[in-house]
Design a protein around this ligand. Structure first.
Ligand code: NAI
Ligand code: BGC
Length: 269
Protein backbone atom coordinates (compact mmCIF):
# COMPACT_ATOMS: atom_id res chain seq x y z
CA UNK A 1 0.00 0.00 0.00
CA UNK A 2 1.30 3.46 -0.88
CA UNK A 3 1.78 5.68 2.19
CA UNK A 4 -0.11 8.95 1.91
CA UNK A 5 2.26 11.88 2.38
CA UNK A 6 -0.41 13.98 4.08
CA UNK A 7 2.11 15.80 6.30
CA UNK A 8 4.37 16.75 3.39
CA UNK A 9 6.21 20.04 3.90
CA UNK A 10 5.49 20.03 7.64
CA UNK A 11 7.89 19.91 10.57
CA UNK A 12 7.18 18.05 13.82
CA UNK A 13 8.72 17.81 17.27
CA UNK A 14 7.95 14.53 19.07
CA UNK A 15 9.04 14.43 22.72
CA UNK A 16 10.22 11.15 24.23
CA UNK A 17 10.62 9.79 20.69
CA UNK A 18 13.35 7.24 21.41
CA UNK A 19 10.97 4.63 22.83
CA UNK A 20 7.47 3.13 22.71
CA UNK A 21 4.64 5.38 21.57
CA UNK A 22 6.82 8.44 20.79
CA UNK A 23 9.05 6.35 18.54
CA UNK A 24 6.04 4.99 16.62
CA UNK A 25 4.52 8.46 16.27
CA UNK A 26 7.81 9.90 14.99
CA UNK A 27 8.21 7.11 12.44
CA UNK A 28 4.59 7.40 11.26
CA UNK A 29 4.97 11.18 10.87
CA UNK A 30 8.23 10.68 8.98
CA UNK A 31 6.46 8.22 6.65
CA UNK A 32 3.69 10.78 6.15
CA UNK A 33 6.26 13.27 4.85
CA UNK A 34 7.02 15.38 7.94
CA UNK A 35 10.56 16.30 8.99
CA UNK A 36 10.91 15.27 12.62
CA UNK A 37 12.91 16.34 15.67
CA UNK A 38 13.43 13.20 17.76
CA UNK A 39 13.58 14.39 21.37
CA UNK A 40 15.16 12.20 24.03
CA UNK A 41 16.55 12.52 27.52
CA UNK A 42 19.71 10.48 27.31
CA UNK A 43 19.18 7.37 25.21
CA UNK A 44 21.27 8.79 22.39
CA UNK A 45 21.72 5.41 20.63
CA UNK A 46 18.01 4.65 20.58
CA UNK A 47 17.18 8.15 19.29
CA UNK A 48 19.81 7.70 16.59
CA UNK A 49 18.15 4.42 15.53
CA UNK A 50 14.83 6.24 15.06
CA UNK A 51 16.55 8.94 12.96
CA UNK A 52 18.14 6.19 10.83
CA UNK A 53 14.82 4.41 10.36
CA UNK A 54 13.18 7.62 9.13
CA UNK A 55 16.04 8.64 6.84
CA UNK A 56 16.37 5.13 5.40
CA UNK A 57 12.74 5.37 4.30
CA UNK A 58 13.49 8.66 2.51
CA UNK A 59 12.41 11.03 5.31
CA UNK A 60 14.29 13.64 7.30
CA UNK A 61 14.94 13.67 11.06
CA UNK A 62 17.47 14.63 13.69
CA UNK A 63 17.76 13.92 17.38
CA UNK A 64 17.90 16.44 20.20
CA UNK A 65 18.57 15.89 23.90
CA UNK A 66 16.29 17.91 26.19
CA UNK A 67 14.48 17.34 29.46
CA UNK A 68 10.92 18.51 28.78
CA UNK A 69 10.64 19.66 32.39
CA UNK A 70 13.59 22.05 32.01
CA UNK A 71 12.67 25.47 30.60
CA UNK A 72 16.11 26.29 29.23
CA UNK A 73 16.51 22.92 27.51
CA UNK A 74 13.01 23.14 26.00
CA UNK A 75 13.75 26.60 24.60
CA UNK A 76 17.01 25.30 23.12
CA UNK A 77 15.09 22.46 21.45
CA UNK A 78 12.64 24.84 19.75
CA UNK A 79 15.53 27.07 18.63
CA UNK A 80 17.23 23.97 17.18
CA UNK A 81 14.23 22.92 15.09
CA UNK A 82 13.90 26.42 13.63
CA UNK A 83 17.62 26.56 12.88
CA UNK A 84 17.49 23.18 11.15
CA UNK A 85 14.17 23.26 9.28
CA UNK A 86 13.04 26.93 9.44
CA UNK A 87 9.51 26.25 10.71
CA UNK A 88 7.35 24.14 13.02
CA UNK A 89 3.87 22.76 12.32
CA UNK A 90 3.27 19.95 14.82
CA UNK A 91 4.18 19.40 18.48
CA UNK A 92 3.55 15.98 19.98
CA UNK A 93 3.75 16.24 23.78
CA UNK A 94 4.47 12.58 24.37
CA UNK A 95 7.25 12.32 26.99
CA UNK A 96 6.02 10.79 30.22
CA UNK A 97 6.86 8.44 33.05
CA UNK A 98 5.48 6.62 36.07
CA UNK A 99 6.86 6.53 39.61
CA UNK A 100 4.36 4.31 41.33
CA UNK A 101 3.73 4.08 45.08
CA UNK A 102 0.77 4.02 47.43
CA UNK A 103 -0.22 7.46 48.66
CA UNK A 104 1.27 6.98 52.13
CA UNK A 105 4.58 5.75 50.69
CA UNK A 106 4.87 8.29 47.89
CA UNK A 107 7.78 10.67 48.32
CA UNK A 108 7.59 14.31 47.35
CA UNK A 109 10.27 13.52 44.79
CA UNK A 110 8.06 10.78 43.20
CA UNK A 111 5.21 13.29 43.02
CA UNK A 112 7.27 16.21 41.68
CA UNK A 113 9.15 14.16 39.09
CA UNK A 114 5.97 12.84 37.51
CA UNK A 115 4.12 16.16 37.57
CA UNK A 116 7.18 18.00 36.26
CA UNK A 117 7.68 15.69 33.28
CA UNK A 118 4.11 14.72 32.41
CA UNK A 119 2.33 18.04 33.02
CA UNK A 120 4.84 20.90 33.33
CA UNK A 121 6.70 19.42 30.33
CA UNK A 122 3.55 19.76 28.22
CA UNK A 123 3.12 23.37 29.41
CA UNK A 124 6.71 24.35 28.59
CA UNK A 125 6.68 22.75 25.14
CA UNK A 126 3.18 23.98 24.22
CA UNK A 127 4.07 27.56 25.19
CA UNK A 128 7.12 27.59 22.91
CA UNK A 129 5.17 25.94 20.06
CA UNK A 130 2.26 28.39 20.38
CA UNK A 131 4.62 31.39 20.16
CA UNK A 132 6.07 30.02 16.92
CA UNK A 133 2.69 29.08 15.45
CA UNK A 134 1.22 32.55 16.16
CA UNK A 135 4.22 34.25 14.58
CA UNK A 136 4.13 31.92 11.57
CA UNK A 137 0.36 31.85 10.84
CA UNK A 138 -1.31 29.37 8.48
CA UNK A 139 0.56 28.98 5.21
CA UNK A 140 -1.24 28.07 1.97
CA UNK A 141 -0.24 24.68 0.63
CA UNK A 142 1.20 23.48 3.95
CA UNK A 143 -1.75 23.09 6.31
CA UNK A 144 -5.12 24.72 7.00
CA UNK A 145 -3.99 25.39 10.58
CA UNK A 146 -1.16 27.61 11.82
CA UNK A 147 -0.07 24.71 14.01
CA UNK A 148 -1.18 21.56 15.79
CA UNK A 149 -0.45 20.43 19.34
CA UNK A 150 -1.12 16.81 20.33
CA UNK A 151 -1.14 16.08 24.07
CA UNK A 152 -0.49 12.44 25.02
CA UNK A 153 -2.86 11.76 27.87
CA UNK A 154 -4.15 8.36 29.00
CA UNK A 155 -7.31 6.50 29.95
CA UNK A 156 -6.17 7.61 33.44
CA UNK A 157 -7.35 11.08 32.47
CA UNK A 158 -10.74 9.62 33.54
CA UNK A 159 -10.05 6.25 35.22
CA UNK A 160 -8.86 6.72 38.83
CA UNK A 161 -5.70 4.68 39.53
CA UNK A 162 -4.86 3.67 43.10
CA UNK A 163 -1.13 3.36 43.66
CA UNK A 164 -0.44 5.81 40.83
CA UNK A 165 -1.94 9.08 42.11
CA UNK A 166 0.90 11.24 40.78
CA UNK A 167 0.45 9.76 37.29
CA UNK A 168 -3.38 9.92 37.30
CA UNK A 169 -3.28 13.52 38.58
CA UNK A 170 -0.86 14.45 35.79
CA UNK A 171 -3.12 12.92 33.13
CA UNK A 172 -6.28 14.48 34.61
CA UNK A 173 -4.39 17.77 34.50
CA UNK A 174 -3.44 17.26 30.87
CA UNK A 175 -7.15 16.91 30.00
CA UNK A 176 -8.01 20.37 31.33
CA UNK A 177 -4.72 21.89 30.14
CA UNK A 178 -5.42 20.65 26.61
CA UNK A 179 -9.01 21.99 26.56
CA UNK A 180 -8.05 25.37 28.05
CA UNK A 181 -5.24 26.06 25.60
CA UNK A 182 -7.43 24.80 22.73
CA UNK A 183 -9.97 27.47 23.68
CA UNK A 184 -7.26 30.12 23.94
CA UNK A 185 -5.43 29.23 20.72
CA UNK A 186 -8.32 28.44 18.33
CA UNK A 187 -8.67 32.10 17.20
CA UNK A 188 -5.03 31.86 16.08
CA UNK A 189 -5.95 28.82 13.94
CA UNK A 190 -4.01 26.50 16.22
CA UNK A 191 -5.59 23.13 16.95
CA UNK A 192 -4.95 21.30 20.22
CA UNK A 193 -6.06 17.69 20.65
CA UNK A 194 -5.51 14.89 23.13
CA UNK A 195 -4.82 11.21 22.63
CA UNK A 196 -5.87 9.01 25.55
CA UNK A 197 -4.46 5.52 25.07
CA UNK A 198 -5.37 2.41 27.03
CA UNK A 199 -2.75 -0.27 27.59
CA UNK A 200 -0.15 -0.07 24.82
CA UNK A 201 2.75 -2.54 24.78
CA UNK A 202 5.80 -0.44 25.68
CA UNK A 203 8.50 -0.41 28.37
CA UNK A 204 6.36 1.80 30.68
CA UNK A 205 4.02 -1.09 31.50
CA UNK A 206 6.27 -4.10 30.82
CA UNK A 207 5.22 -5.85 34.03
CA UNK A 208 1.61 -5.82 32.78
CA UNK A 209 2.35 -7.85 29.61
CA UNK A 210 5.68 -9.67 29.96
CA UNK A 211 4.24 -12.90 31.35
CA UNK A 212 1.15 -14.74 30.05
CA UNK A 213 -0.38 -14.54 33.52
CA UNK A 214 0.03 -10.75 33.65
CA UNK A 215 -1.28 -10.35 30.11
CA UNK A 216 -4.35 -12.51 30.81
CA UNK A 217 -5.13 -10.33 33.82
CA UNK A 218 -4.70 -7.16 31.76
CA UNK A 219 -6.99 -8.50 29.02
CA UNK A 220 -9.87 -8.77 31.52
CA UNK A 221 -9.82 -4.94 31.42
CA UNK A 222 -9.88 -4.73 27.59
CA UNK A 223 -13.17 -5.78 25.91
CA UNK A 224 -11.50 -5.83 22.46
CA UNK A 225 -9.20 -8.50 23.91
CA UNK A 226 -5.80 -7.38 22.67
CA UNK A 227 -3.10 -5.11 24.00
CA UNK A 228 -2.56 -1.96 21.93
CA UNK A 229 0.53 -1.46 19.81
CA UNK A 230 2.53 1.78 19.48
CA UNK A 231 1.69 1.83 15.74
CA UNK A 232 -2.04 2.13 16.65
CA UNK A 233 -1.19 5.48 18.22
CA UNK A 234 1.16 6.49 15.38
CA UNK A 235 -1.66 6.22 12.83
CA UNK A 236 -4.05 8.24 14.99
CA UNK A 237 -1.45 10.97 15.62
CA UNK A 238 -0.79 11.38 11.88
CA UNK A 239 -4.50 11.66 11.15
CA UNK A 240 -5.09 14.16 13.96
CA UNK A 241 -2.19 16.31 12.72
CA UNK A 242 -3.41 16.20 9.12
CA UNK A 243 -5.94 18.50 7.44
CA UNK A 244 -8.40 15.57 7.40
CA UNK A 245 -8.91 16.39 11.10
CA UNK A 246 -8.99 20.17 10.54
CA UNK A 247 -12.26 20.71 12.45
CA UNK A 248 -11.11 18.80 15.55
CA UNK A 249 -9.84 20.82 18.48
CA UNK A 250 -10.20 20.71 22.26
CA UNK A 251 -11.10 17.06 22.57
CA UNK A 252 -9.32 13.84 23.40
CA UNK A 253 -9.65 10.62 21.40
CA UNK A 254 -9.74 7.51 23.60
CA UNK A 255 -7.91 4.67 21.83
CA UNK A 256 -8.17 1.83 24.31
CA UNK A 257 -9.93 -1.30 22.95
CA UNK A 258 -12.86 -0.39 25.18
CA UNK A 259 -10.97 -0.05 28.49
CA UNK A 260 -13.13 2.98 29.38
CA UNK A 261 -16.37 1.01 28.80
CA UNK A 262 -16.54 -0.27 32.43
CA UNK A 263 -15.90 -3.91 31.39
CA UNK A 264 -16.76 -5.04 34.95
CA UNK A 265 -20.40 -4.27 34.10
CA UNK A 266 -20.48 -6.51 30.98
CA UNK A 267 -22.39 -9.28 32.81
CA UNK A 268 -24.80 -7.15 34.75
CA UNK A 269 -22.51 -5.51 37.30
P1 NAI B 1 8.14 4.70 27.26
O1 NAI B 1 8.72 4.58 28.62
O2 NAI B 1 8.47 3.70 26.24
O3 NAI B 1 8.44 6.14 26.67
C1 NAI B 1 8.46 7.31 27.45
C2 NAI B 1 9.39 8.27 26.79
O4 NAI B 1 9.41 9.52 27.51
C3 NAI B 1 10.84 7.77 26.77
O5 NAI B 1 11.38 8.05 25.51
C4 NAI B 1 11.51 8.58 27.85
O6 NAI B 1 12.90 8.75 27.67
C5 NAI B 1 10.76 9.90 27.67
N1 NAI B 1 10.94 10.81 28.80
C6 NAI B 1 10.72 10.56 30.12
N2 NAI B 1 11.02 11.66 30.84
C7 NAI B 1 11.42 12.62 29.96
C8 NAI B 1 11.84 13.97 30.08
N3 NAI B 1 11.91 14.57 31.28
N4 NAI B 1 12.17 14.64 28.96
C9 NAI B 1 12.11 14.06 27.74
N5 NAI B 1 11.73 12.79 27.57
C10 NAI B 1 11.38 12.08 28.66
O7 NAI B 1 6.56 4.74 27.49
P2 NAI B 1 5.36 4.98 26.47
O8 NAI B 1 4.32 4.02 26.80
O9 NAI B 1 5.84 5.07 25.09
O10 NAI B 1 4.84 6.42 26.97
C11 NAI B 1 4.73 7.53 26.13
C12 NAI B 1 3.55 8.39 26.61
O11 NAI B 1 2.35 7.67 26.46
C13 NAI B 1 3.64 8.80 28.08
O12 NAI B 1 3.17 10.12 28.22
C14 NAI B 1 2.67 7.83 28.74
O13 NAI B 1 2.13 8.37 29.93
C15 NAI B 1 1.62 7.71 27.66
N6 NAI B 1 0.76 6.54 27.76
C16 NAI B 1 1.25 5.27 27.66
C17 NAI B 1 0.40 4.19 27.71
C18 NAI B 1 0.86 2.78 27.62
O14 NAI B 1 0.06 1.89 27.95
N7 NAI B 1 2.09 2.50 27.17
C19 NAI B 1 -1.05 4.39 27.86
C20 NAI B 1 -1.44 5.75 28.02
C21 NAI B 1 -0.57 6.79 27.94
C1 BGC C 1 -0.06 3.63 31.78
C2 BGC C 1 0.17 2.16 31.55
C3 BGC C 1 -1.14 1.39 31.68
C4 BGC C 1 -2.22 2.01 30.82
C5 BGC C 1 -3.58 1.37 31.05
C6 BGC C 1 -1.15 4.11 30.86
O1 BGC C 1 -1.39 5.47 31.02
O2 BGC C 1 1.14 4.35 31.53
O3 BGC C 1 1.10 1.68 32.52
O4 BGC C 1 -0.93 0.05 31.24
O5 BGC C 1 -2.33 3.39 31.11
O6 BGC C 1 -3.88 1.23 32.41
Amino acid sequence: MKTQKNLKGQVAIVTGADSGIGQAVAIAMGQAGAKVLINHIGQHDKADEVVKQITKAGGKAFEFHADVGNEREVQAMFAAVIKKYGRLDILVNNAGLQKDASLIDMTLDDWNTVINTNLTGQFLCSREAAKLFIEQGAEDGVSCAAGKIICMSSVHEVIPWAGHVNYAASKGGIGMFMKSIAQELAPHKIRVVGISPGAIQTPINQDAWETQKALDKLLTLIPYNRIGQPADIGKLAVWLASDDADYITGTSIFIDGGMTLYPGFADNG
